[in-house]
Design a binder for this molecule. Structure first.
Ligand code: ADP
Length: 558
């Protein structure tokens, strides 16, 4: 056997600290602007950020934190949180970002499961920390992201972040770590059962940042000022805190005020060109802008993902505000980016209506993510835009196994996402459901997301969710649950008539229920499990009718 001829290039590890080091050196005076919990706007540069991240690394080492140990954050998007990202991972410890809007019991479970050594928290979460501390005895210290003057009155003994920082000089060289070492720990929201931990590596984080920055992905550049609305406590704000220093983009961090007015004013004030968030957040921003009668003067692109972007929202952004929407799909287990809706050369030469149809989908996989849809017995399904199947993925930033769980979640080396999708000839993914949310009517699947998208396009509808309701003949039929827009009125019959010609007749919901609000998860997704629970005893008018006609004059294709 001959020895393979190895390349003769530098063996420089792909480590997280290199991203910030690059920005500090090559975009050193580019700004990071943060809306602080203290209320004011804080500004400094990548150079300052790296200096303080090094001070934090020194402070944590002085506290006895060893490489591999977990240090958690409970914080909004802000400069201190960014310092924590780099200060913790930079010397080999693991940055565990906690979602503060989970139930306190779930957070306690996560802190204990992760075995966090220290927890850094924004002072808004002081009451939460007081509730958590007695349940998390192994945490060695709670560090308030504040100076002494802003320490809140608490039962838990806490350390001041700024005091710890002041004791360090920042004279610290980032060590060369093994790129396969763990970098971040992110837990899934745990809509069913306990949250599960996805443990990223330095290599996966850096490769993801490269992938995320590509022109056909998030297309970030040094000409952008990017405002991630997506929280740094959820899947690393989709990688923006890494992609921004990689590209040298200006970062604008919005803190805790995510209402339409606050976001709009910050975007305008800082000449933001680029943003990213879940549809719920954009709903608030668009409502504010409509009411205030204002336009964007600098924003030109936004990524929308986390749950399906309703086509109506896409049209509003593009037609009324001149903002390009990039629809993205991914998940915690994928760091999170998987696909983004950027047209190919060929697609962009098709009629506009066809282009729009493609852009409504979740888009093409970026390099680093391979995907397939499978049917029964794992048989791969064709990419014809029609066949629905379970979506499986693999790649260097997809998890191999969950943190502290022995059993492998993989099937034949692929990660089953739990999503149901079609893929068309262009390679465009279209998510039709979570597998547990799909509605199975007479053995055929109805996409709840498609049903919701039609409802949301109705001018009187603010928000809509479609869930399965028990039916004696078809097993399940769709029930549409709707929140009316303030001051608008629409009846059940008008809404059902609105579906005519927009979806197959047998997809039209059997009933509409009006509610004041819909339940959301901590990350702004519809909580369908809870909604199904609320409507568990709902009786569909069609179910009441005689089984033999079942009123489904629309007919099911069985
Ligand atoms: P959780 O922690 O709740 O799992 P994730 O952010 O990891 O939170 O959620 C991932 C899931 O969110 C995906 O599996 C998918 O069901 C849904 N999702 C994400 N982006 C989209 C999108 N653009 N369209 C439809 N569903 C999406």
């Amino acid at each position: 056997m001959t020895t393979p001829l190895l390349g003769q290039m530098m063996d420089v590890p792909l480590i997280v600290s290199s991203l910030l080091a690059h920005a500090a050196r090559h975009a050193g005076s580019t700004e990071i602007v943060s809306r602080r919990i203290e209320g004011d706007l804080h500004r400094y540069t990548y150079r300052d950020c790296e200096q303080r991240a090094k001070q934090l690394a020194q402070a944590l080492i002085a506290l006895g934190v060893a490489p591999g140990e977990r240090v958690a954050t409970l914080a909004w998007n802000g400069y201190r949180h960014l310092e924590a990202y780099y200060g913790i991972t930079g010397f080999g410890a693991v940055c565990h970002t906690i979602n503060p809007s989970l139930f306190p019991d779930q957070i306690a479970y996560i802190v204990n499961h992760a075995d966090d050594a220290y927890v850094l928290f924004d002072t808004t979460f002081a009451p939460l920390v007081d509730a958590l501390a007695p349940q998390c005895p192994k945490v060695r210290g709670w560090i308030a992201l504040a100076d002494e003057a802003h320490l809140p009155a608490m039962q838990t003994p806490v350390l001041s972040y700024e005091t710890l920082m002041a004791a360090q000089d920042g004279n610290f060289a980032w060590p060369y770590l093994d790129e396969r070492q763990a970098s971040y720990l992110c837990y899934t929201s745990g809509t069913t059962g306990n949250p599960k931990g996805a443990l990223y590596s330095h290599r996966s984080t850096v490769l993801h940042a490269f992938g995320a920055s590509l022109p056909d992905a998030m297309s970030l550049s040094a000409r952008d000022a990017v405002l991630p609305v997506v929280p740094m406590f959820h899947v690393n704000a989709w990688g923006i805190p890494h992609a921004a220093p990689l590209t040298g983009a200006k970062l604008v961090l919005p803190g805790k005020d995510l209402d339409g007015k606050s976001l709009y004013e910050l975007m305008e004030g800082e000449r933001v060109t680029y943003s990213a968030g879940v549809p719920t957040v954009w709903l608030g921003l668009l409502n504010y802008m409509r009411e205030a009668g204002v336009q964007f003067s600098s924003l030109n692109r936004t990524v929308i993902g986390g749950s399906a972007c309703p086509p109506a929202m896409l049209r509003t952004f593009e037609d009324d505000y001149g903002v390009q929407v990039i629809h993205a799909w991914g998940m915690t287990e994928m760091s999170p980016l998987g696909t983004l809706s950027k047209l190919t050369w060929e697609q962009s030469r098709r009629p506009l209506a066809e282009q729009r149809k493609s852009l409504e989908k979740q888009g093409r996989a970026i390099y680093g993510v391979d995907m397939k849809i499978v049917g029964e017995e794992g048989r791969e399904l064709p990419w014809d835009g029609v066949a629905f199947g379970d979506l499986h993925v693999r790649g260097p930033w997809v998890i191999d196994r969950y943190f502290r769980k022995d059993d492998s979640p993989l099937a034949d080396g692929w990660f089953p996402t739990g999503d149901v999708a079609t893929i068309d000839r262009d390679g465009f993914l279209h998510i039709t459901d979570r597998s547990k949310d799909v509605i199975k009517s007479g053995g055929e699947w109805i996409s709840s997301i498609d049903i919701e998208n039609v409802a949301i396009a109705h001018p009187a509808v603010a928000e809509a969710a479609c869930i399965a309701c028990a039916h004696p003949k078809w097993t399940e039929r769709p029930l549409l649950v709707v929140v009316r827009r303030a001051g608008a009125s629409v009846t059940r019959e008008e809404l059902l008539a609105f579906y005519e010609g927009k979806v197959a007749k047998w997809w039209i919901p059997d009933d509409v229920a009006f509610v004041d609000e819909l339940p959301h998860t901590a990350t702004g997704k519809l909580q369908k499990l809870k909604l199904r629970d609320i409507f568990r005893d709902h009786v569909l008018p069609s179910a009441l009718e005689d089984e033999k006609n079942c009123s489904l004059a629309r007919g099911n294709p069985v």
